[in-house]
Write a protein that binds this ligand. Structure first.
Ligand SMILES: Cc1cc2nc3c(=O)[nH]c(=O)nc-3n(C[C@H](O)[C@H](O)[C@H](O)COP(=O)(O)OP(=O)(O)OC[C@H]3O[C@@H](n4cnc5c(N)ncnc54)[C@H](O)[C@@H]3O)c2cc1C
Length: 414
């Protein structure tokens, strides 16, 4: 395993770090004021995106770009340290067009869309001229078992007719969202994994209603607001079918690798940002005659956070390297392991940070609140912990020997 960056990738990483500290971070307070408090679009986003694009810091998360598509073609491993930098702020990734759900949706369109669909739906996303959302989860069925998805897709003449309810469609409530990728049942007799298809549904199609915007544990996703939708006799042309009919699950796998591993990379950035604040705060605050950094408990929290972050970073790098070099069944296993391990790490670090900060830790003033919510939703979104643990368990090989014949067991003991 070689985790070294090529000189070209390292040069891009250094420029990304410079851009982040000079152009993005200094505007964070203004972003909070405008977007979160005044609930208006931040006026500088397009300007920053234009600058980033000009400097070649664009579409850094898409290794498989076609010749005429803008971007750097970094591998997953090369993107990891940049995702970490951008992940320190909720809105960092969007400046380089590397945010969710756009990146996984673009990856899926790259792999499955027809040339006409690519021109109409992918190209504007690659240029950040529009937004998108992936709508699989439904309020009425347990969606962690995706075969439960019940929205129906019927063919009528040249059209597909969709009926159902969707929720937690990240980005679906953004005013610039121009289409949903909807998963539904098209082939009820197709067996457990051959029943579902994906369909591109443009916003504004009659019968498609944004019911409400959702929060998760009081946390609002200001970058990609989360939508609940009703689909009542929604009609789209058959040409809006994405990928093969009945192959929706297979197709959706394309987005899951990047979706999970990129969220994990951002979590490392958040954990680093939170840890730095913990250390600073522990040095500044005094109780019972000494700085709280002098207490064993606090030192242990800081040291353990350092170990947990570094371990999880290595784990992500291994998964990214495998995704780049030999994506097979074992790669999916390690992506699942990362998906379980990283948000647990971030949840632990942020929980201790809240404690260390005292009351301030639970306010919206620090990004600890954001990072904690991010960790909590990531333990459910893109597959809950338990579902991944089940997959990991299933791939654990059972030894050929019985315990009595185990070469490590010797009668009489040691
Ligand atoms: C902030 C946020 C953003 C999201 N974004 C999107 C999005 O963009 N698009 C989208 O389609 N969905 C999205 N989701 C939805 C997410 O993917 C689902 O919530 C998730 O798949 C779980 O489905 P469910 O909520 O229906 O839970 P359920 O399926 O009802 O599961 C509930 C619980 O049952 C338990 N469970 C399930 N299976 C097992 C098992 N095998 N063994 C043991 N326990 C088990 C788990 O603890 C699980 O959490 C998002 C969710 C959140 C919170």
């Amino acid at each position: 395993m070689d985790f070294n960056l090529s000189p070209e990738a390292d040069e891009i990483r250094l420029r990304a770090e410079g851009f982040f500290s000079q152009e993005i971070l200094p505007r964070h307070r203004e972003w909070i004021q405008t977007v979160c408090h005044e609930r208006k679009p931040a006026p500088f986003i397009e300007e920053l995106q234009g600058k980033a694009k000009e400097q070649g810091l664009w579409n850094l998360a898409l290794p498989q770009l076609a010749d005429d598509e803008p971007g750097t073609r970094l591998t997953n491993l090369e993107f990891a340290p940049i995702a970490e930098i951008l992940g320190r702020l909720p809105w960092g990734s969007m400046i380089f067009n590397c945010h969710a759900p756009e990146v996984p949706n673009m990856a899926m369109l790259q792999a499955l869309a027809t040339p006409e669909q690519k021109e109409k739906w992918l190209r504007p996303l690659l240029n950040s001229e529009t937004r998108s959302s992936f709508a699989m989860t439904e309020p009425d069925v347990a969606s962690s078992d995706a075969t439960n998805i019940a929205t129906t897709i019927h063919e009528e003449g040249d059209e597909l007719v969709l009926n159902g309810r969707k929720w937690f469609a990240t980005g679906g409530a953004h005013p610039d969202c121009s289409f949903l990728i909807v998963m539904g049942i098209s082939d009820p007799d197709g067996g457990r994994t051959g029943q579902h298809s994906m369909v591109i549904v443009p916003m504004g199609t009659p019968g498609l209603t944004l019911v409400r915007e959702l929060r998760f544990m009081g946390w609002e996703d200001f970058v990609a607001p989360i939508g609940e939708f009703e689909l009542k006799n929604v009609r789209v042309p058959k040409s809006n079918l994405l990928g093969e009919k009945g192959q929706g699950f297979k197709g959706a796998q394309v987005r899951l690798g990047p979706a999970r591993i990129h969220h994990a990379m951002r979590c490392i950035g958040m954990a680093e940002m939170v840890l730095a604040q913990m250390v600073a705060r522990a040095h500044e605050r005094r109780t019972f005659g000494r700085p709280i950094v002098e207490y064993d408990t606090v030192q242990k929290w800081i040291a353990e956070a350092r170990i947990d972050i570094d371990l999880n970073r290595l784990f992500i790098h291994k998964a990214a390297w495998l995704l780049d070099t030999s994506p097979d069944r074992n790669t999916w296993r390690i992506v699942s392991q990362v998906k379980v391990s990283v948000p647990r790490m971030l949840q632990k670090v942020t929980d201790r940070a809240v404690q260390l900060f005292g009351a301030m830790g639970g306010t919206d003033d620090t990004l600890i609140h954001h990072a904690h919510s991010y960790a909590r939703w990531f333990r459910i979104g893109d597959g809950p912990d338990e579902v991944h643990l089940r997959q990991i368990f299933k791939t654990e090989p059972v030894p050929e020997w019985k315990i009595a014949d185990c070469p490590y067991v010797a009668p009489g003991g040691f």
